[in-house]
Structures are given as structure tokens and as C-alpha cells.
Ligand binder design. Structure first.
Ligand code: DP6
Length: 419
């Protein structure tokens, strides 16, 4: 390592995920160990993902990180845990082409630069920390030639943010809470790949909100301390629901999947209300989305759509196939049209082909939508323009990927600084 001018880097992409059986409550705050198992669906990284470049060079003076182009501090305990755990497992790295040879023991003294970018607005309140920590851990592990399998890496990502451990896999993922006090068995496993149930279509309604939300971390701490319902949920309800959800996923049983997803989301928000002082993550728009979806499901006698809400007002809606998804999109655009100054192409983003399938090519088509049959007797009087900021059409997706070359890198190959 005599020459100090080299820079070695790795770029990776990691998806975000939405829990269908929620994680809420820790039994250990530092190690981030949960009080129940949880299950999630990984979302297609084409529409929602984090890209991270990590670089190492003997010329770097300290560990540094940039998020969406802005430098952020790495001094927090969660970043430090992830960096420490990965460094501890680092191995020799040889790059003959570049003439670089790093020995296992060198990693303790070498500093890293990290640049991370979300392809979706961080401010939208979509789980950016899950994809972010998963990508940080995955890319560092590749850079440092960490040989641990994905499950072990998920246990490190977990120490950045609990839900991040589930973003190490694609498709359908379970975070096993584990029993050990040191957290070694609290990790994610893949239940099924993204191709297992690839008919599913997911529409996210990004709900306009003025309210500053309580963070998941402090919200769940308060629930653990004050909500009797949370303890009943984690001991009596979730263990059974996990088994039922695993079965529903295995057999692609949409009615069962939808019932479990909606009930679990509602119970999580009931726990928030049972917390003292109560926490309100959903707002009036979220509640209206639930009522409309419930009305539709009831009118058909079997669930058409599943809904779930995390620690914020945004709705994640899951339809069993494209045909039902077009009916869902028509309903959503009827109930929640864009405000006057918004154009359709920025109001429905992601997989826009769904718009075409729904017969909506222009704003006139949105205005021409007629009330869905289930509300014919009681048509909502006031169409609320702008209550939903935009919709993202997506689907279940794959897990982390490593980019083969540096063309997608976020750091400059000569300076190691953001491009
Ligand atoms: C409501 O993973 O953000 O999204 O572990 O404290 O970082 P920390 O919390 P976080 O909590 C996510 C909570 C949830 C449900 C879920 O994703 O399972």
C-alpha cells in the first residue's frame, strides 16, 4: 500500500419494502431486536430504491457520507454499529488490474467515503431508511470482501434500522425476531422470490400532509412503555398471523393475504392510539382511502384490494392482478383527482402503463370518470383535489444488486468526492 493515490469503489442498488405484518416495538434498543416477527413485500427497485457507492483510499482522512448530495454525519450509533460490524468481518482484497492489495488487518485503518441517493423523494415519508441502511451494509460488505451470507448481512443492516434487514432480499421476506440476547438469530429470510406471485400490482398513494410525524423509533418506544394492546398483539396475535400470512403467500391466496394485511395495519394504528399520549400517523385522507377500499371489497363479497399504512399517512394498496389494478386506479383518480396545476404525467408515476390500461390518457379522462357502482347510492359530494400528492404504480421486486462497472458510481473515481 505504498502508493496512496488509488481509490477502490463499489456501487450497489437496494430496494425498499412494505410490511404486511408490522414490526412495532423493540426488546433491545441498541441492537434493534423486535418483540415480534414481521413479514414484508419488497418493492420494485425500478420505482423505489437506494443507490450507494462506497469507496476506500489510503488518502481519505475520515469516514464520510453524502445523502442525496448533502454531507451527513456518521457519528450516530446506528451508522457506527454497521461500519464496525462490517469492518470486523472484512477480508483480503486484491485488484490486480489496478495493482491494489488490501490485507484484512488494513481495513481497521482505512477510511471510507459513502454516497447514497434515493430515486424517490425522501420527504414523501416512504421508508427511505430501510433501503438506505440495507444498501450501506450490502455495498460495504462487497467492498470489504465480507463472505457472510445474506441472512448474516441482514442482521447487520438491522442494527441500522430494523426494517432495513428485510431489504436484503427480494420478493416476500420474514424478519425472524430471534431469541438470543446478542441478536445473532434476529435476521431476515426470504419466504418466496418476486416471481412467485408476480401478478400483484402495488399502488402507493403519497398523501399530502402538513403534520410533522413522530419517528418510528420514538413512536414504538412510547408504545412499548405505555400500550397494553401492543403486548397483547406481540404475544397473542402476531405469532398466529405470521403462520397464516406465510400460508397465504405460499398458496397465493389473495383474499387471505388481503384480510391479514388490512387487519394488521389497522391493529398497528390501534396500538398507536392506545399509546399515551396517542400517536396519529394516518390523517383524514388515509381514513377515507380505507373507507372507500372497504366499501369496494364488501360490495364484491371478496377482497379486491389490500391496504396498509406505515408510520405516516401514505397508503400502500395491493391488487391481485393488472385487471383489478386498473379498476383500483380509476377509483383512486375519481376520489382523489389532482389539483388544477398538476399534470397527469407527474401525478401518476412509476409503471405508467397502468394508466393506459385504465383508459386514462389525459386529464379529460380523469374528469370523465364516473362514480364506482358501490357508491352510486351515496356519491361523495366533495371531490377532494390535491389530497393525494401523487400515485406510484409498482410491483413486488428483486433484492440488492451490485453494478458491474463504475459508470453508475456516485463518487468521482479520481477524487472520491460526490460527482
Ligand atoms: C411502521 O425500521 O423505521 O414501518 O428500527 O427504529 O429504525 P427503527 O424503525 P423502523 O420501523 C418501521 C416500522 C413500520 C413497520 C415495519 O416496517 O415493519
Amino acid at each position: 500500500m505504498a502508493n496512496k493515490n488509488w481509490i477502490l469503489m463499489v456501487t450497489a442498488q437496494t430496494p425498499t419494502n412494505i410490511a404486511v405484518i408490522k414490526y412495532w416495538g423493540k426488546r433491545d434498543e441498541t441492537l434493534i431486536l423486535p418483540i415480534n416477527d414481521s413479514i414484508s413485500v419488497t418493492l420494485d427497485p425500478e420505482h423505489l430504491c437506494t443507490t450507494t457507492t462506497v469507496a476506500v483510499s489510503p488518502s481519505f482522512e475520515s469516514d464520510k457520507m453524502w445523502l442525496n448530495g448533502k454531507e451527513i454525519s456518521l457519528s450516530g450509533g446506528r451508522y457506527q454499529s454497521c461500519l464496525r460490524e462490517i469492518r470486523r468481518r472484512a477480508n483480503d482484497v486484491e485488484d490486480e488490474e489496478k495493482g491494489i492489495s488490501i490485507k484484512k488487518q488494513d481495513w481497521d485503518n482505512l477510511k471510507v467515503h459513502i454516497a447514497s441517493f434515493n430515486n424517490f423523494p425522501t420527504a414523501a415519508g416512504l421508508a427511505s431508511s430501510a433501503a438506505g441502511f440495507a444498501c450501506l451494509v450490502y455495498s460495504l460488505a462487497k467492498l470489504m470482501n465480507v463472505k457472510e451470507e445474506q441472512g448474516k448481512l441482514s442482521a447487520i443492516a438491522r442494527q441500522g434500522s430494523g426494517s432495513a434487514c428485510r431489504s436484503l432480499f427480494g420478493g416476500f421476506v420474514k424478519w425472524i425476531m430471534g431469541k438470543e440476547a446478542n441478536g445473532s438469530d434476529s435476521m431476515a429470510v426470504q419466504l418466496a422470490t418476486e416471481t412467485h406471485w408476480d401478478d400483484l400490482v402495488i399502488i402507493i398513494a403519497v398523501v399530502s400532509s402538513r403534520q410533522k410525524e413522530t419517528s418510528s423509533t420514538s413512536g414504538m418506544r412510547e408504545s412499548v412503555e405505555t400500550s397494553p394492546l401492543l403486548h397483547y398483539r406481540s404475544k397473542e396475535v402476531v405469532p398466529k398471523r405470521i403462520l397464516q400470512m406465510e400460508e397465504a403467500i405460499k398458496t397465493r391466496d389473495f383474499p387471505s393475504f388481503a384480510k391479514l394485511t388490512c387487519t394488521d395495519s389497522n391493529q398497528f394504528h390501534a396500538v398507536c392510539l392506545d399509546t399515551s399520549p396517542p400517536i396519529f400517523y394516518m390523517n383524514d385522507t388515509s381514513h377515507r382511502i380505507i373507507s372507500y377500499m372497504e366499501k369496494w371489497n364488501r360490495s364484491q363479497g371478496t377482497p379486491q384490494v389490500a391496504y396498509t399504512f406505515d408510520a405516516g399517512p401514505n397508503a400502500v394498496l395491493i391488487a391481485p392482478n393488472r385487471k383489478v389494478a386498473t379498476l383500483l386506479l380509476q377509483r383512486l383518480l375519481f376520489y382523489f383527482p389532482p389539483s388544477a396545476d398538476t399534470d397527469l404525467s407527474s401525478f401518476v408515476i412509476g409503471d405508467k402503463s397502468l394508466l393506459k390500461d385504465a383508459g386514462i390518457n389525459a386529464m379529460d379522462d380523469v374528469e370523465a370518470l364516473t362514480p364506482p357502482p358501490e357508491v352510486q347510492d351515496n356519491i361523495p359530494s366533495q371531490k377532494s383535489k390535491g389530497d393525494v400528492s401523487y400515485f406510484i404504480c409498482t410491483r413486488p421486486g428483486k433484492g440488492p444488486v451490485l453494478f458491474a462497472d463504475d459508470s453508475q458510481a456516485l463518487l468521482h473515481p479520481e477524487t472520491g468526492l460526490p460527482k
